[in-house]
Design a protein. Structure first.
Length: 476
């Protein structure tokens, strides 16, 4: 899978070791540039949400408190490294979505299990009271890890010291102390709970709330005007920041499809869990449905021409301003397609298809999302206009582009241009064959009931499928 939140550059900024006892002291922690980059984007998103959704003035005491919460969290995270703590990317799963904005809980137990996670801004769903935006106290895992590393132990022998440490470590199976670090996450993307910039024990619910929040922010941006004298580049930055937030939460949801929980339990640990636990099939289906609604449907991308014509770049010449050398116009069609394409490629990534194949062996009957179901669900969702056509067809530009990308991916599989399981190749071939048959019927019956774009698109799609299937037969 290609997803890496650090694509902008993974840079080790610090290596910190501790001289305290135990294996904790030998850990090497590293910080990455992406934490700063994405964390700043989270900070900007939260401030923008306060402005657009709550009408908070940028100079108000609420914004000051908000920034202080962020700085307190950031400082705690970095001080944690200096004390020898490694990242804990499982730390954000402490609370349910409903508990996140209950300050009685977050001020006493914590917003997250560990501030050593990359924690996103916590935004309440529409209509619900807002709690803390960032953790204002350290979490139960942090307290426990420091207890292990720094409790003074009056022992005469190493054996006695080890026994005391062992007693503290015995709590490791408690849910509040769950742990996953860099090597459980980077380049792996197996466990939706071991993730960065996610929040709550139910990411499906939380991410859907955030997708709705992003849509609400876009809607408010329609009527938002910069103050007199300010440039329209502010609107462009806000628009793009919301898009980044939207994409982040859609990507988080993809982790559920073919996902597995991974924990570091050892034999004899009290909770009796095995290291791998497949994500329940109903959650995988829910993830797929959510992506169909928020990514492949065009409902989320209903922007007025008035808003799109405000998206001007900054003309301020400065080394820190990338806008000045980017294209003048905001290429909205390309931006939407790039987003949809990246999510579609995630879902059909070869690694994920291998996992889905193997999960049929790793799960009991009827508890896995089989590849045929995934391929069919995507086909039905992306080619709806053709599959359900009965009174003429009109396919929008956004949907035609998405359909081309879907066709490209299936074609690459059939022509063996990507290394996917043989069953995936066969299913791609089958989906193309099915689509070809539907297109033949549709073009014969309805070619006078569609616009020129749609007719050309469908004719070309049919032609490409015929050639692909013919080429595939010749190569076999
Ligand atoms: Zn860090």
């Amino acid at each position: 899978m290609s997803r890496n939140p650090c694509e902008l550059g993974r840079l080790s900024l610090a290596e910190v070791t501790s001289d305290s006892h135990s294996n904790l002291s030998s850990d090497v922690s590293s910080e990455h540039l992406c934490f700063g980059f994405e964390s700043n984007r989270q900070l900007a998103t939260g401030a923008m949400a306060m402005s657009l959704l709550q009408g908070v003035n940028p100079n108000s005491p609420q914004i000051k408190d908000y920034v202080h919460q962020y700085l307190r969290f950031l400082t705690a995270h970095e001080v944690g490294h200096t004390l020898g703590l490694r990242h804990n990317f499982h730390g954000s799963t402490l609370l349910s979505p409903e508990q996140l904005n209950d300050t009685n809980i977050t001020h006493n137990l914590g917003l997250v299990g560990s501030v050593m996670d990359y924690v996103p801004v916590n935004l309440a769903p529409k209509g619900e009271p807002q709690g803390d935006y960032f953790p204002i106290i350290i979490g139960p895992y942090d307290q426990w890890a420091i207890e292990y590393g720094y409790t003074p132990i009056l022992a005469n022998t190493l054996y006695q010291e080890k026994q005391v440490l062992k007693e503290i470590a015995q709590r490791s199976g408690e849910p509040e102390l769950s742990f996953a670090t860099d090597e459980d996450f980077w380049g792996v993307f197996l466990d939706p709970a071991a993730n960065v910039f996610d929040l709550s024990s139910d990411m499906l619910q939380y991410s859907q709330w955030q997708l709705d929040n992003a849509i609400a922010m876009w809607e408010r941006l329609e009527s938002h005007s910069p103050r007199a004298g300010e440039g329209y580049d502010q609107v462009r930055r806000m628009f793009e920041t919301i898009f980044g937030y939207y994409q982040n939460h859609a990507e988080n949801i993809t982790l559920y499809i073919g996902g597995q929980s991974f924990n570091r339990n050892r034999i004899g640990d009290p909770n009796g869990r095995l290291p791998f636990e497949p994500i329940p099939v109903n959650q995988q289906r829910e993830a797929l449905n959510t992506l169909q609604k928020y990514v492949f449907s065009e409902e989320a991308f209903q922007f007025s021409p008035q808003l799109l014509n405000k998206l001007a770049p900054s003309r301020w010449q400065d080394w820190g301003n990338p806008d000045v050398n980017s294209s003048l116009e905001y290429r909205i069609g390309d931006r939407i397609l790039w987003f949809q394409k990246s999510i579609l490629e995630e879902i059909l990534a070869p690694t994920r298809l291998v996992r889905l194949r193997d999960l049929e062996l790793n799960t009991s009957q009827n508890n896995s999302l089989a590849m045929p179901e995934l391929f069919e669900a995507l086909q039905n969702s992306i080619w709806t206009e053709v599959l359900e056509a009965d009174k003429g067809i009109e396919i929008s530009g956004i949907r035609r582009s998405l359909q081309r990308e879907h066709l490209n991916l299936l074609t690459k599989m059939v022509l063996r241009e990507v290394n996917v399981p043989e069953d995936a190749l066969t299913l791609a071939w089958f989906q193309l064959k099915q689509l070809q048959e539907v297109l033949e019927r549709t073009l014969e019956k309805q070619n006078d009931r569609m616009d020129a774009y749609t007719l050309a698109h469908l004719e070309m799609t049919r032609d490409r499928i015929v050639k692909t299937l013919g080429a595939q037969l010749q190569t076999n």
